[in-house]
Design a protein around this ligand. Structure first.
Ligand code: SF4
Length: 328
């Protein structure tokens, strides 16, 4: 039913069932990325801490989240460093410098060792780095996780082994050749048009030939059916589809597994692309509603989902009362 709008208050909603305006307390840009939509799926409270805590009216909460937002666990950090090693290898190769596997392994393992030293300093109350690119604060160190030293030692071994596999796996040989091509794109930032908010991602390797394109995604885990990753890979395919005007069948999307040296193709076709488009749109519908509450700092709307595995890996677990039972 239509309401009367008084001249004193022109801001009243015209429609009885229209949502009340929720005032924003802060500004936070909404965008879709695979990692952001994963955060929504895993735990809404964590999503709030990560993306909207700065909009909270609670000053102490705003302070509390600052440090956890800088923390990464070893899974995340090792993945970053493997990607850094491979992208640096290709970029230098194109400049005429062939960096050996041994050099890359010791380089990133040194960075990882520096992360650990810095994390110990922070744990003991030392000052934060003032460098432009400071070392990473590691979860296992700052939270003094049981067997943390052993976990990090194994992670460092895994880091070296993944890079070695990149250089020696027969199944990955074709991707080493593709990445070395002058026109290959390495760690390419992509965006998709036509959505209500920016949709973006970063493709590890893409090579466009005349009538085809190959996209490669480096994975640290061993080969699996990849169901959870399919949306991410399909979003890369959508980008290539638009960018190069290629049909889905001429876009190859491959997962290169650095743990066992295997390669697995993601089945790109018009059906998987249509499915991905719909899923991104659905994600954005949900994220847009949450965005209104997030910008208003309404933390209670973001229900915590305490789950042993998720909470153990969550950098906010020491400030999240709801996840307390699951603290490592
Ligand atoms: S500790 Fe658990 S419940 Fe709390 S934000 Fe993290 S994942 Fe969510």
């Amino acid at each position: 039913m239509k309401k009367t709008v008084s001249s004193e208050n022109q801001n009243l909603s015209l429609w009885e069932d229209a949502p009340l305006a929720i005032p924003a307390l802060g500004t936070s840009r909404l965008n879709w990325s695979y990692s952001r939509r994963e955060a929504v799926d895993h735990c809404l409270r964590r999503y709030f801490y990560q993306y909207y805590a700065s909009c909270s009216p609670d000053v102490s909460l705003r302070e509390q989240v600052k440090r956890p937002k800088e923390i990464k666990n070893h899974h995340l950090r090792v993945g970053e460093l493997v990607h850094l090693a491979i992208s640096t290898y290709f970029k230098k190769l194109k400049q005429g410098k062939d960096l050996p596997s041994s050099w890359l392994q010791s380089w990133v393992r040194k960075i990882f060792a520096e992360d650990q030293a810095y994390s110990k300093l922070i744990r003991s109350g030392g000052p934060s780095s003032t460098e432009k690119y400071p070392p990473t604060i590691l979860d296992e160190v700052v939270f003094d996780v049981a067997d943390g030293d052993q976990i990090l030692e194994q992670a460092s071994e895994q880091l070296g082994a993944a890079i070695q596999t990149f250089f020696t796996s027969n199944a990955l040989q074709e991707f080493r050749v593709l990445g070395a091509k002058p026109h290959s794109l390495i760690e390419h930032k992509m965006s998709l048009a036509g959505y209500k908010a920016p949709v973006s991602g970063k493709i590890d390797l893409v090579v466009h030939e005349e009538i085809s394109a190959t996209i490669v995604d480096w994975k640290l885990g061993v080969a699996s059916d990849g169901g959870a990753e399919s949306l991410q890979l399909a979003s890369y395919g959508l980008w290539a589809n638009a960018k190069y005007a290629l049909p889905a069948e001429q876009i190859r999307i491959a997962k290169a597994h650095l743990a066992d040296g295997s390669a697995l193709d993601f089945k790109a076709n018009s059906g998987s692309f249509a499915n991905a488009r719909a899923r991104i749109q659905q994600d954005l519908e949900r994220m847009t509603i949450l965005h209104t509450y997030g910008q208003a700092g309404m933390i209670d709307v973001f229900t915590p989902s305490p789950h042993l595995k998720m909470c153990r890996l969550c950098p906010f677990r020491r400030i999240c009362p709801e996840g307390e039972e699951n603290h490592a």
